[in-house]
Design a protein around this ligand. Structure first.
Ligand code: ZN
Length: 157
């Protein structure tokens, strides 16, 4: 495993559309392991492949229940609303209040390419929305109407 360089806001790679993954090759597995290690190293709760410069539809996250790898994730349904602080590993030291759905139903594939449907709430739902946005070139600041402020919060996405 290896720590990868996290691309920062302003890097054009963060604005590109990611391609679906057709097959989990050894290279994809290594990417997943590296992304998890990079996320932990940075005290993040989520990381998307374009943040390490790879335009593929994969995100990793850990909202407290261990690491998860989501391949080709799609949001099927959302409901409710939550407004809270959100940051991004590609924009360290900054955060803003973002409104997201309170509940999200998401379909993805795991590293064995098994289809998984997950129902997520609260931080997990927020994290899914944030990371999936990255796969389509969207950043959390695109959703922000209020100020972006400085923070020392360690739970950055
Ligand atoms: Zn992010």
């Amino acid at each position: 495993m290896a720590i990868r360089n996290i691309r920062q806001f302003g890097d054009p790679v963060l604005r590109k559309e990611c391609k679906p993954i057709a097959e989990v090759t050894p290279r994809i597995r290594t990417l997943a392991e590296d992304m998890i290690e990079t996320m932990y190293e940075s005290n993040g709760v989520g990381l998307a492949a374009p943040q390490v410069g790879i335009l593929k539809q994969m995100v990793v996250m850990d909202v407290g229940d261990g690491p998860l790898v989501l391949i080709n994730p799609v949001i099927l349904e959302t409901s409710g609303e939550q407004t809270g602080q959100e940051g991004c590993l590609s924009y360290p030291g900054k955060a803003a209040d973002v409104t997201r759905p309170m509940h999200v139903k998401c379909k993805y594939y795991d590293l064995d390419m098994n289809e998984v449907i997950v129902e997520a709430d609260e931080l997990f739902a927020r994290c899914i929305c944030h990371e999936l946005d990255h796969l389509h070139g969207v950043l959390y600041t695109d959703h922000v109407t209020g100020p972006v402020y400085d923070t020392n919060n360690e739970e950055e996405e």
